[in-house]
Design a protein around this ligand. Structure first.
Ligand SMILES: Nc1ncnc2c1ncn2[C@@H]1O[C@H](COP(=O)(O)OP(=O)(O)O)[C@@H](O)[C@H]1O
Ligand SMILES: [Mg+2]
Length: 390
């Protein structure tokens, strides 16, 4: 069986590392061999756990390992031949060495390669639970969502031309004095794209893998989390829970923090409707930083209560978007909706849906800017919204 894999993502500072470490400790305590992997270049797993953590899985407790992936090492592992070839090429074109080295790394590449460590951990057979402390906002996960585009690119650049290149190589050297990519470079690119395609497939296995969005109840943070949620759904990644962290306790409802408390309550209500039916877990704003085993376990108790963190809390994509020529169709889970009035309003990229008096705001992907909602129907627990371009 595949290990249970949970990826935590969210804006910087919201508590991803704390919640990931807390989850991992609880999984291990529940009997699962657990590894918690940080792919965020801003590593703080060692601080949270109060244990030294290396670039390889490091034992930090009973049945518990932790790993802070070194982006540079992953880059060298997956990209050194390409990097060397591209760097050489750029330098011959007059780009200086430092700039050339920078340019040979694809944007987001370091984080992307770091994510491949998840695949290794999952496939190793060493763990029952793989908990990932991801880089912010799931942008990187989006990069994984283009295996088809990647394949196409590969075919174009390396496929058909591969034979052509072989023939052209001696000629090119003689006339242009430009080295063309050799087999080593090609092989590396092929291997990498293959791994990324497999990684994408792995992450879409909703029976074992899910994302959890961590946020604080602040307007900007929630807005970004909703955007990420839409993208994750769009690319077929399951979100089985959202975690709202640092919620001011009710004791703070008057006095200096009264206004803050009120704004947070508003945002919490917004989160409940915006992510429904995905369960919303909460943790209070503690009086001190969440550092060390005891505090982490306290955080886990607040977030999960009596739940087992390894359970899949929700097993269905809450939104699905299908785009075809000229039109688009958005399916939303609305399990509580009855045959009732549906009204739709689109403001910029926000779609406000009202069903039987319930309001739901969905942040649409930026590609949907030019689309207008034209129809809406309730269908077996789902609301299906039709869009047209123009
Ligand atoms: N519920 C909480 N109450 C108080 N402090 C918290 C809470 N959650 C996290 N923290 C603290 O906030 C800081 C940032 O948390 P961290 O988990 O590192 O965030 P991220 O990984 O998202 O950047 C850390 O010092 C952490 O101990
Ligand atoms: Mg962190």
């Amino acid at each position: 069986m595949r290990p249970r894999t949970i990826l935590y993502t969210g804006k910087g500072g919201v508590g991803k590392t704390s919640v990931a470490a807390a989850t991992a400790r609880r999984c291990a305590a529940d009997g699962a061999r657990t590894v918690v992997i940080s792919t965020d270049p801003a590593h703080s797993l060692a601080d949270a756990l109060q244990e030294p953590v290396g670039g390889e899985p490091t034992k930090v407790g009973k049945r518990l390992w932790a790993q802070q992936v070194e982006a540079q090492e992953e880059l060298e592992r997956h990209w050194s031949a390409v990097s060397e070839w591209l760097g050489g090429l750029l330098m011959e074109r007059g780009v200086d060495r430092i700039a050339a080295e920078e340019l040979t790394i694809p944007p987001g590449g370091e984080e992307l390669f770091s994510l491949l460590r998840i695949k290794r951990a999952v496939e190793s057979g060493d763990y029952d639970a793989v908990i990932v402390d991801c880089a912010p906002t799931g942008e990187t996960l989006r990069l994984l969502s283009f295996p088809d585009a990647a394949r196409w690119w590969l075919d174009k650049v390396f496929g058909r031309e591969q034979s052509m290149l072989a023939a052209a190589r001696p000629l090119a050297r003689m006339l242009l004095d430009v080295p063309l990519p050799d087999e080593k470079v090609m092989a590396e690119v092929h291997r990498l794209v293959g791994s990324l395609v497999e990684m994408h497939e792995l992450l879409r296995d909703a029976s074992a893998v899910s994302m959890r969005l961590v946020m604080t109840p602040d307007r900007m943070v929630v807005a970004e989390a909703m955007r990420t949620f839409t993208y994750l759904n769009l690319y077929g990644y399951l979100t089985d829970a959202v975690v709202v962290n640092r919620v001011f306790p009710d004791e703070l409802s008057d006095g200096y923090f009264g206004a803050w408390h009120e704004v947070q309550q508003e945002q919490l209500a917004f989160v409940e409707t915006g992510f429904a039916p995905v369960p919303v877990l909460r943790a209070p704003y503690f009086a001190a930083e969440v550092i060390g085993p005891e505090r982490l376990d306290e955080l886990a108790r607040a977030v999960f209560g009596a739940r087992a963190p390894m359970d899949v809390f929700h097993d269905r994509l809450a939104q699905e978007l299908r785009v075809d020529n000229g039109g688009a169709e958005l399916r939303l889970d609305l399990p509580f909706a009855r045959k009732g009035d549906v009204t739709l309003k689109k403001i910029g990229l926000e779609l406000v849906v009202r069903v039987d008096g319930h309001k739901r705001t969905i942040v649409l992907p930026s590609g949907m800017a030019g689309y207008k909602p034209t129809s809406a129907k309730l269908d077996d627990g789902s609301l299906v919204v039709g869009f047209e371009h123009g």
